[in-house]
Design a binder for this molecule. Structure first.
Ligand code: BG6
Length: 390
């Protein structure tokens, strides 16, 4: 069924719209979720005509996307100066022409420090209309600012219409974690301190800060990756089973796990920043040499963290998290490393070879594998490593 609503995207000329959202909307169009009754209003500060805006995005329709550009509209608005009437004037003709019933999805693909400024520019939804408002992380820069922002948002929109997005949750292999853990006795029964030695969660990136210096200098790896993407991976990997798959139950299971995470101390983490070097033979500037970065910046582009979870299931099981930009490979994965077996008679082999590891490869080579030891064919007892790969 196609959707009848106006989609408004703030941050039209930003990285997120260009890099992710246009492609995502194009896929929804191909699948028939978006139709000519779903106009898309891109809102940006630049004084573009629609063709100029289209050209600036570099988007060209693929097969099945003919007609997608027909949904696009561009509206100029300076969110730091303009008032609510400017957005009203952009939206009114679209609602009317496409008979949307006032339905509105608003996506704030803008720098987070502007959220509180933009919220009052969006009208509270009409009671009879469908409404969604989507925020990208980081939601505030610390607990107090996140609470304050929540107050602004709650004063305007009903909670059911507010989406605080973490795009990692859309990744297929992240969603697989729940299926793997709770649909399979072979995993369900070993998922605890009795069998698990430690867990490693890695999100390594090859990309640098790119053109996002303004944002990244305020954020750093902790706010950009850890408090959101990596903690979502921790929560899905470690939480107790939710009562059901509805949003409240899943959130409840995640938050009770996160509450059990002990506040890390200095000795639990280390940070770093990328220096000049080469990746795949290409010369890469240091973080401090990137455009828009302060030459003496101390913002971290790498972070490694040891978490302890005060829950009976995870007693004595460290969770090691690490993430960074400009690392030697792009790879996101969760490795659940099991304890060595109790029986000692094969111990020399077991110690020499790798332990049992269950690996969830989130990207790029999506899949799950289990590393284990087998007897190598032949007359004597020699062990070798094997991998079951899905
Ligand atoms: C974003 C971060 O949330 O996630 C970026 O702001 C990061 O810095 C990106 O590069 C990684 O996401 P993905 O899906 O490209 O792995």
């Amino acid at each position: 069924m196609s959707m009848r609503a106006v989609i408004t995207l703030f941050g039209a000329t930003g990285d997120l719209v260009r890099g992710k959202l246009i492609g995502a909307l194009a896929r929804l169009y191909r699948r028939g979720v978006l139709s000519d009754r779903t106009p898309i209003l891109f809102v940006g500060r630049r004084d573009y005509s629609l063709p100029e805006f289209i050209a600036s995005t570099g988007y060209t329709p693929r097969e099945g996307e003919e007609g997608f550009l027909g949904l696009w509209h561009y509206g100029r608005m300076d969110i730091e100066r303009d008032g609510i009437e400017v957005l009203d004037a952009l939206l009114a003709p679209l609602h009317e022409r496409h008979d949307t019933g006032g339905n509105l999805l608003t996506y704030l693909a803008i720098s987070p420090h502007l959220f509180a400024r933009v919220v009052p520019l969006i009208r509270a939804p009409r009671p009879d209309a469908w409404s969604r408002v989507v925020f990208e992380k980081p939601f505030g820069h610390d607990t107090n600012s996140a609470r304050e922002l929540n107050r602004v948002v709650e004063a305007r929109f009903p909670e059911e219409s507010v989406y605080r997005i973490d795009h990692y949750l859309g990744k297929e292999l992240v969603q697989t974690i729940l299926a793997l853990r709770f649909a399979n006795p072979i995993f369900e029964h070993i998922w605890s301190a009795q069998v698990v030695d430690h867990v490693q969660i890695t999100v390594a990136e090859e990309v640098g800060v790119g053109s996002r210096s303004g944002y990244y200098e305020r954020s750093g790896a902790l706010r950009d990756m850890v408090q959101n993407h990596l903690l979502q991976l921790v929560a899905l990997t470690a939480m107790e089973p939710p009562e059901s798959l509805d949003a409240d139950s899943v959130r409840e299971a995640k938050t009770s796990l996160l509450r059990a995470v002990r506040t890390p101390r200095c000795m639990d983490f280390t940070t770093g920043q990328y220096a000049r070097g080469t990746i795949h033979g290409e010369e890469i500037p240091a973080y401090r040499e990137e455009q828009g970065i302060a030459p003496g910046s101390t913002v971290e582009t790498f972070l490694a963290l040891r978490l302890t979870i005060d829950a009976p299931r995870w007693e004595g099981v460290p969770f090691y998290l690490r993430t960074g930009k400009r690392l030697s490979a792009r790879e996101a994965r969760v490795d659940v490393v099991l304890r060595p077996p109790e029986a000692g008679f094969l111990r020399p082999w077991v110690d020499k070879l790798s332990a049992n590891v269950i690996s969830i490869r989130v990207q790029p080579d999506e899949g799950v594998d289990i590393a284990f030891l087998v007897k190598e064919p032949g007359a004597s007892m020699r062990l070798g490593e094997a991998v079951l790969d899905f």
